[in-house]
Design a protein around this ligand. Structure first.
Ligand code: 6PG
Length: 241
């Protein structure tokens, strides 16, 4: 399926469009299923989005089904939840700490565990307890690095060929650290996947990923088996498309 690509004026407009999309989808899914599950991406791009969703003076806060939404992470660093690098900490400080989400609805990766593999194994059991065998998230948010990585699936990673595990703990040489990441079977099983990409520094890689030959970058391996795929870009990131 060809991905839908939307280019917004700037990072604020990108966050607003993403918030609008998330709100609409969460309300629709909750009206049918009673709950909504979302995989939060890390890094810096989604921070504006999370802050906008949690802003009590904006249109999203009062409408969002906070108490019926379940929060998961697409990936996490192998750090404690209060570490500056923690994706959980970023989402918690930007959004979760300011909204009425029950603690039981927050399903974070235990990045503080001694080994990243232990954290991955524990996260896999959290996922199967909640979803059953193959997790089907209602919505997955993803970012993309300038090397075309997404979640914590980096170029050349063995995670690219992982078909069995739901969560992997790859060593990432360039970062000199372990990561914990959802694998492609889970990411591609989502009902909807939305990439959020912002900034001039992503323009070249975006052109390669969206216009160049396939199967060169991990972001190109995100091909939902039945769900929708959408790219939300700001004009700086989309400037070379
Ligand atoms: C992470 C993310 C990662 C991120 C990209 C883009 O843990 O860092 O999951 O995949 O989305 O690296 O990061 P920025 O938004 O900071 O550019």
């Amino acid at each position: 399926m060809k991905p839908a690509i939307e280019i917004l004026a700037d990072a604020e407009a990108l966050a607003h469009e993403a918030a609008t999309l998330i709100l609409a989808q969460s309300l629709e899914v909750v009206s049918v299923k009673g709950t909504f599950s979302i995989g939060l991406s890390g890094g810096s791009t989604p921070k504006k989005l999370y802050e906008l969703l949690a802003n009590p003076n904006k249109e999203f806060f009062g409408q969002a089904p906070w108490d019926r939404t379940h929060y998961f992470w697409t990936d996490e660093r192998h750090v404690a939840p209060d570490h500056p690098e923690s994706n959980y900490r970023m989402a918690n400080e930007a959004m979760l700490a300011h909204v009425p989400v029950p603690n039981d609805n927050v399903h974070r990766v235990l990045g503080e565990l001694t080994s990243a593999q232990e954290a991955a194994t524990q996260y896999q059991s959290q996922l199967t307890m909640f979803f059953g065998e193959l997790p089907r998230l209602d919505l997955v948010l993803l970012g993309m690095g300038t090397d075309g990585h997404t979640a914590s699936i980096f170029p050349g990673s063995e995670v690219l060929t992982e078909k069995r595990r739901l969560v992997s703990a790859p060593w990432v040489e360039k970062l000199n650290s372990y990561r914990i990441t959802l694998t492609l079977p889970v990411l591609n099983n989502a009902n909807a996947v939305v990439f959020l990409v912002s900034g001039e520094e992503k323009a070249d890689i975006l052109r390669e990923v969206l216009k160049g030959p396939d199967a060169r970058f991990p972001a190109q391996a995100i091909q939902p088996t039945h769900g929708t795929l959408r790219w939300l870009l700001d004009s700086a990131a989309g400037s070379r498309l």
